[in-house]
Ligand binder design. Structure first.
Ligand SMILES: Nc1ncnc2c1ncn2[C@@H]1O[C@H](COP(=O)(O)OP(=O)(O)OP(=O)(O)O)[C@@H](O)[C@H]1O
Length: 478
C-alpha cells in the first residue's frame, strides 16, 4: 500500500532534497520538501505525511525535535533520521528518542527506498514493545570512528538497543570485537546486569564445559566445591564468547542444546537451571569455512549469527586512524597524568600509511608509548617506531596510486592508445570528485572546499563528466 504515500523530506541541503525527491518519486511516492524545522511545524498544522525523512542538523533546530512535535500532535508518524557523521551516542540516542531508522550519510538511494518502504508498511503486531525504558545506560566504553564501516556498526548497535538477539562479531585481532560486545550490552535492556566474557581459546578444552556451565562438588577429580559457570554469572546479562571458532565440537553441541532449550545442568548436577543470558559471540576465523569443513556446527552458526557485525581491519578504514590516535593520546595523557601530546600532520600521515597488522589495539599501544617516550609536546615522524616511520616515502597520494597509474599508462601505450594525459586527468578528477561527494553526503559546497576547487568549477566539472558519461553510454549503445 506504499504507492502514492506522502513523504516529507527535511534537509537544508538543496542537493540532498533534490536527489531524495527524485528517487522517492521514481519509487512511486509523493514528496514534499522542507528546509528547516519551522516550515515543517507550519505544514503540520494542516497536513500529515506518511513518513518523514529529516536531517538531524538543521539551521534552526535539531531535526530530532520533530519527533516530540509529532508525538505532541498525536501523530504516529515514522521519522527516519539522516546525518553526515555522528558518534555512537548520537546514533543510539536517535533510536532512543524513537526514530524509525537512522541513515548515516552518504547513503545509497536503494537503502533509502527500502527504509521508506518498511516505514510505510504497517508494523507487524508485537514487533515494537511499548514499555521501553528510555533511560541511557551508564556504559562508558568508547567506540569511535567516522568510516562508513563504523557508522554502520553504530547503526546496528542503535537498532538493537532494546533487543535480546544473539550477535556474531567478526574481525581480525584488535579490531574492537570485545569493545563492540560491551557497548552492545551497555546499550541493551540488560545493561544493569553483568557482562561476562569467556575466551574459548584461552581455556583448556577439558575445562571449558565446567567453565561455561559450572560443576557440582565431586563432579570430577579436583572439583572440591560447587562452582557457578559463566552462564550462571551472566544471568540477566550478556555472555560474551570470544574465539567461538575454537570451541570443541562436543561442547558446540551442548551449547546449541542450551541455547535451544534455555535450560541446562551444571556438570554433575541435578538442578535444572535456566540459561538467561544473551549470547554475543566473536571470532577472527572464517566460520563459514569452518562450517564447510565440518569443524563448526552449522545449526550453532545460524543460532549465533542472527545479527552479524563485521569489523574491517584498520587498514581498510584508514580515515579512522587519526581520530583514534588523538583519542588514545588524550586517554593516555589522562591515565598517566601527563601533558597531552599532539600529532603533527606529517606524523598523522605516517600513521595513516601504515598497515596496522594488530589493528586498533596496536595503534592504542603505540599512542601509549608515544605519550611517555616522545620528547616534545608535538610528535614528529621520527618519534614513531621504526616499522611505521621507515615506510618508503610515498608523497601524499601514495605509491600504490602511482604504481596503478604507471601500469595503466604502460598498458595503454602498449595497446597503441592516445590522449593519455587528457583521459587520465578526466579519470582522476572523476574519482576525486566522487570521493569528495561521497564524503560530504552529496553536499557540493563542502565537497568543493575539500577538493580545493571553486563551487562553480565543481558544478561545471560535474556537468562535463555527466555529459562524458552519457556520451560513453550512448556510443556503447549505438
Ligand atoms: N572503534 C574503537 N574505538 C575506540 N577504541 C577501540 C575501538 N576499537 C578497538 N578499540 C580498543 O582497542 C583495543 C582492542 O579492542 P578489542 O579487545 O575489543 O579487540 P578484539 O577484536 O576483541 O581483539 P581480539 O580478537 O584480540 O580479542 C581495546 O582497548 C579497545 O578498547
Amino acid at each position: 500500500m506504499s504507492q502514492g504515500a506522502v513523504i516529507w523530506v527535511v534537509d537544508d541541503d538543496e542537493t540532498i532534497r533534490f536527489v531524495l525527491q527524485r528517487a522517492l518519486r521514481r519509487g512511486g511516492y509523493q514528496v514534499e520538501c522542507f528546509e528547516d524545522v519551522a516550515s515543517v511545524r507550519r505544514a503540520l498544522e494542516h497536513a500529515r505525511p506518511a513518513v518523514m525523512l529529516t536531517d538531524i542538523r538543521l539551521p534552526d533546530e535539531d531535526g530530532l525535535g520533530l519527533i516530540d512535535t509529532l508525538q505532541a500532535a498525536g501523530a504516529d508518524i515514522p521519522v527516519v533520521a539522516m546525518t553526515a557523521y555522528s558518534d555512537l551516542d548520537q546514533t543510539v540516542s536517535a533510536y532512543q528518542k524513537g526514530v524509525f531508522d537512522y541513515l548515516p550519510k552518504p547513503f545509497d538511494l536503494d537503502q533509502v527506498i527500502s527504509v521508506v518502504e518498511r516505514a510505510v508498511a504497517p508494523a507487524p503486531v508485537g514487533t515494537m514493545p511499548t514499555d521501553v525504558s528510555r533511560k541511557r545506560t551508564a556504559g562508558g566504553h568508547q567506540l569511535i570512528g567516522e568510516s562508513a564501516a563504523m557508522q554502520e556498526v553504530f547503526r546496528t548497535i542503535g537498532r538493537l538497543y532494546r533487543s535480546d538477539i544473539n550477535v556474531l562479531i567478526t574481525g581480525e585481532t584488535g579490531t574492537g570485537k570485545e569493545v563492540v560486545a560491551r557497548v552492545l550490552h551497555e546499550h541493551s535492556p540488560r545493561a544493569r546486569h553483568p557482562f561476562i566474557a569467556l575466551n574459548t581459546a584461552a581455556i583448556p578444552s577439558e575445562l571449558l564445559e565446567s567453565e561455561l556451565f559450572g560443576h557440582e562438588r565431586g563432579a570430577f577429580t579436583g572439583a572440591h566445591a560447587r562452582r557457578e559457570g559463566r552462564f550462571e554469572e551472566a544471568a540477566g546479562g550478556t555472555l560474551f564468547l570470544d574465539e567461538i571458532g575454537d570451541m570443541p565440537l562436543g561442547l558446540q553441541t551442548r551449547l546449541l542444546r542450551v541455547l535451544a532449550e534455555g535450560e541446562y545442568y551444571r556438570v554433575g548436577g541435578r538442578d535444572l537451571l535456566s540459561a538467561n543470558a544473551r549470547v554475543i559471540a566473536a571470532t577472527h576465523q572464517d566460520l563459514e569455512a569452518k562450517v564447510a569443513d565440518g569443524s563448526f556446527r552449522e545449526d550453532l552458526y545460524h543460532r549465533l549469527n542472527v545479527i552479524h557485525v563485521a569489523l574491517p581491519p584498520l587498514r581498510d578504514r584508514r580515515e579512522d586512524i587519526g581520530l583514534l590516535a588523538r583519542r588514545f593520546l588524550h586517554e593516555a595523557a589522562e591515565e598517566l597524568g601527563l601533558e597531552e601530546k599532539q600529532l603533527r600532520p606529517d606524523t598523522g600521515r605516517a600513521l595513516a600509511r601504515y598497515d596496522w597488522p594488530g589493528n586498533v589495539r596496536q595503534l592504542q599501544n603505540v599512542c601509549r608509548q608515544l605519550s611517555v617516550m616522545a620528547p616534545a609536546e608535538q610528535i614528529f615522524p621520527q618519534d614513531l617506531p621504526p616499522e611505521i616511520h621507515d615506510l618508503p616515502p610515498t608523497g601524499e597520494a601514495g605509491d600504490r596510486w602511482a604504481d596503478a597509474l604507471r601500469n595503466w599508462a604502460r598498458a595503454e601505450l602498449h595497446a597503441g592508445a592516445g590522449n593519455l594525459v587528457g583521459r587520465a586527468q578526466a579519470e582522476m578528477e572523476r574519482v576525486l570528485i566522487d570521493c569528495a561527494l561521497e564524503r560530504t553526503g552529496g553536499q557540493r559546497i563542502k565537497a568543493a572546499e575539500l577538493l580545493g576547487l571553486g563551487r562553480n568549477t565543481l558544478t561545471r566539472k560535474l556537468k562535463q563528466h555527466d555529459a562524458g558519461d552519457n556520451g560513453v553510454q550512448d556510443s556503447a549503445r549505438t
